[in-house]
Design a protein around this ligand. Structure first.
Ligand SMILES: Cc1cc2nc3c(=O)[nH]c(=O)nc-3n(C[C@H](O)[C@H](O)[C@H](O)COP(=O)(O)OP(=O)(O)OC[C@H]3O[C@@H](n4cnc5c(N)ncnc54)[C@H](O)[C@@H]3O)c2cc1C
Length: 607
């Protein structure tokens, strides 16, 4: 086995395998990918779209959790993350949603030239081919599909938003999402199996002699030589999960961290790159003192309500399958295996809605917004949040982005997702199975706060290999504006969206709900204080963690520069979701793929 490579890629996940495929296109470049998880690329739980939640809580999930969240009543929430070849992209929900133009332009404005929408759009394009109605567009790597609509739920969703005055025909690829938008699934249009970096990018590259892939191997730390010009990575120390043996492997050119939002900063810290005070406390030799490593953790808080449906032809849900009803399961299996159709063949949740501050177009709504902005976002409050490390420049830029989104009648502060079935996340954010002793069916609506101002952190707490060695603290709702905005979206969801036709006609008038009506009686959200309480007591995290190795100038709080190089090092980069300085407006996967495509070009240009 070779003990020296040009590039060592740490983490064979979403971004890592894109880089591996792109860098190994150069035959004279030797690439090693080290992935701690196993190769499950042939496993139906990875490939069959509807099975995606099955892998959560298994060995293929890191099974992380947050520390108690003060603003959520002290709840600890689960943090699913992929621990298998393909990473989180191998077990995620497959919604392929582009970042908004304004998100990217705000990254660039923060001091990241070259990362604006105009420059980034070509990398987004490189990632995918999209098929709709049998016609393929674009010529990228992932195979995306806009699924055939086999129930009437998506149309009812669009019609309801149309009735509320929102557009429903927005092009999902413009970067300016507004109203109800139909997105593609990251699912191959022919085989109807998951399309992700573990097959679309890796399969054509796997047999290249210059690409070596190790699975079941955990990188412990980067090995550095300290020089006056900066730290030079010479390789990595790794441990096999099979025999527990620890060894080293050398890098001739670079070590590239693609270990995701939690493990890329953790590996930096274990290697001596991070806050000197924390590192010294843990007995780690300080290589680069940068207090921002592991900071700026962002994620979308999300509130969810499942409504009992009124049933009716065309308004079937996936609940009978979730209850393992033999007839429903048999029919779905038959449709999937013989015709690649039916609920197993898609995400069943690809029609979203991007909705501005509720009531922004009315005088009272505008006044309400002005008042909460004045109270929570005035110049006087442009300070840091307690316990979160950042800089005044970053805070100002973040607040300015959020203000711009909130005050625009087309800028979405709420991202609405629907699902034809029960989806109750309970207190911890882990999906609670549908009750088996009844036969109701459900329609679920979730709303995500698109641009939370709350920022948290993720740091190591020990140098040992314990699974719970990370202190993950998203500090949900620690910024008071987040609670105010999400509470108003809950009012919109419960009092307006779910009571407007045609959707309202499809929900059972006195039907059950999750969370139950015994705690949250119908119409509870008419009282803003109750809506706030609902958010505090039921909000969970979406799975869109970003920011812990943010790209921005070092003096503003950056960990990597615009070339994704770690400050203070000569040859270490981070390429994954952790480099996003502001989270994207909706799901993160499309942006991660494009970041990796762009990184590959940056690295190849230097060869
Ligand atoms: C359950 C779930 C559902 C989601 N649904 C969607 C969705 O529908 N749409 C969407 O756009 N986004 C979704 N996301 C988010 C999206 O999948 C992630 O943002 C994206 O995949 C992150 O990619 P990454 O490359 O940063 O990290 P990952 O893809 O997680 O890759 C990191 C890899 O590094 C490996 N690794 C970590 N530490 C080490 C180490 N020390 N040694 C070796 N290997 C290591 C990990 O095992 C992993 O394979 C979802 C995420 C989850 C978890």
């Amino acid at each position: 086995m070779a003990s020296e490579f040009d590039f060592i890629i740490v983490g064979g996940g979403t971004a890592g395998l894109v880089l591996a495929a792109r860098l190994s296109e150069k035959p004279n470049v030797q690439v090693l990918v080290v992935e701690v998880g196993e190769d499950l690329t042939a496993d139906p739980r990875v490939n069959v779209p509807a099975m995606w939640p099955q892998l959560q809580g298994t060995d293929t999930d890191w099974q992380l959790k947050t520390v108690p969240q003060k603003s959520l009543g002290g709840r600890e929430l689960v943090v699913p993350q992929g621990r298998l070849l393909g990473g989180s992209g191998a077990l995620n929900g497959m919604n392929f949603v582009l970042p908004a133009k304004e998100d990217l332009d705000s990254w660039a404005a923060l001091g990241n030239p070259g990362w604006d929408w105009e420059s980034f759009a070509k990398y987004l394009k490189k990632t995918h081919t999209v098929t709709a109605g049998g016609k393929a567009q674009n010529d990228g790597v992932l195979q995306l599909n806009i699924p055939e609509e086999e129930t009437k739920w998506p149309q009812a969703w669009r019609d309801t938003f149309a009735g509320l005055g929102f557009p429903t025909d927005n092009d999902p690829f413009t970067g300016e999402p507004h109203g109800a938008v139909t997105y593609p699934d990251a699912i191959d249009p022919v085989s109807k199996t998951r399309s992700f970096s573990g097959n679309a990018y890796l399969t054509p590259a796997r047999t290249r002699p210059n690409l070596v892939l190790w699975t079941g191997v955990s990188v412990d730390k980067i090995l550095f030589d300290k020089t006056p010009d900066g730290a030079v990575a010479t390789g990595v120390q790794y441990t096999s999960t099979k025999d527990g043996k620890t060894q080293t492997v050398s890098a001739r050119k670079e070590v590239i961290l693609c270990a995701g939002t939690f493990h890329s900063p953790a590996i930096l810290e274990l290697s001596g790159v991070g806050d000197a005070e924390l590192l010294q406390k843990l007995g780690i030799d300080v290589v680069v003192d940068n207090p921002f490593v592991g900071e700026n953790l962002q994620n979308h808080p999300m509130c969810v309500i499942s409504f009992e449906t009124a049933g009716g032809e065309g308004f079937e849900t996936i609940d009978p399958i979730a209850r393992q009803d033999p007839a429903a399961l048999g029919a779905a299996m038959e449709a999937y295996t013989t015709k690649q159709r039916g609920p197993f063949s898609k995400t069943n949740s690809n029609v979203m809605a991007h909705i501005p501050f509720p009531d922004i177009n009315s005088a009272s709504g505008k006044k309400d917004l002005d008042q909460i902005l004045e109270k929570h976002l005035s110049a006087a409050t442009t300070t840091d949040l307690p316990g979160s490390k950042t800089t005044a420049e970053y805070v100002q830029a973040h607040e300015s982005l959020v203000r711009s989104v909130l005050t625009s009648p087309t800028g979405a502060s709420g991202y609405y997702v629907h699902f034809p079935g029960w989806a109750y996340y309970g207190r911890t954010g882990r999906l609670v199975p549908i009750p088996l002793d009844s036969s109701e069916t459900y329609f679920t609506i979730a709303v995500l706060l698109t641009h939370p101002l709350s920022r948290g952190s993720s740091h190591i707490t020990t140098t040992t290999q314990l699974p719970d060695r990370l202190a993950i603290d998203p500090k949900y709702l620690s910024h008071p504006l987040d609670l105010e905005i999400l509470a108003r979206h809950i009012q919109f969801l419960e009092s307006t969206l779910a009571t407007s036709p045609p959707l309202a006609l499809r929900l059972a008038p006195d039907g059950k709900r999750a969370p139950p009506t015994s705690s949250w009686p119908r119409g509870f959200s008419a009282d803003l204080e109750q809506a706030r309480r609902f958010v505090r007591e039921t909000a969970v995290g979406a799975m869109h963690y970003t920011g812990t190795c943010s790209m921005m100038p070092r003096e503003k709080g950056g960990v990597v520069d615009t070339q994704l190089r770690v400050y203070g090092t000569k040859n270490v980069r981070v390429v994954d979701a952790s480099v996003m300085p502001f989270t994207t407006r909706a799901n993160t996967m499309a942006a991660v793929y494009a970041i990796a495509e762009k990184a590959a070009d940056i690295i190849k240009a230097g060869l």
